[in-house]
Design a protein around this ligand. Sequence first.
Ligand SMILES: [Zn+2]
Length: 268
Amino acid sequence: MKTKVLLVGIDGLVLSRALESGKAKTLSGLKDKSFFTDWKVNVPTLSGPSWSTLLTGATYEEHRVQDNSFVGHDLLNRPDLLSRAFYQDQSTTTFAAAGWPPLVDPAGHGPVIHQRKEQQLAYKHFVVVRDGETYGYQRIDSEITDASVYSLENFGADVNFVYFCGIDEAGHAYGILGDEYLTAIERVDGHLTRLHGAITKRAESHGEKWLLVMVTDHGHRDEGGHGGDSEQERASFVIAHGIGRENPQWKSDIEPHQLTDLLLAERA
Ligand SMILES: [Zn+2]
């Protein structure tokens, strides 16, 4: 049986703040017993270009997403991880849930995750679209979690992408040094705990092999905000945890644009 993948995108997470705060118990615990590397994302350290690279394997130059307007992008020629997993093996089922519309909403500028309507109609591809920009990520991240846990428990797609933006939202509003940022970290860590629990249960009851991968698209300046080339804005990481299988044996000097290929290789 092929490894199933759950990629959790945590927007705007300064990992060092999470670890030193003690508020991210699940994330910290997973980091200690998983493949881990810290890497630098490219400039501009913005969600649009950075997630486009992490989710497609294309560099900034290749996908041409320059900022969060997505003007001039070439994403139609740069299929995402879920689509590429399907093209690699057309029995592959996929699931994406996100509250930042450009990642999944066809009404907007993207989406980075291709719609693949035929596969949606055939119950091979599921997309949960929410709008945290309008309704706030505290609420929307919770809805994303509920929908994702339901899907994992009852369906268990082969390749899953689940995205949270509450930490980034708190960083923009309050900076990263105060309690608000840490409270948001604690909240998202709770969501991660539920996702981890759902796939752990599946691995045991169905004898499945899972790879749980966590990644962020950029950090924040102390006062909140990002886009520049400071070390803290470029700081990112990948944690990859095997459940019902070994952790992956990736090199420590991998780069963000290589993540998609590494994940596809785990499915091969
Ligand atoms: Zn972001």
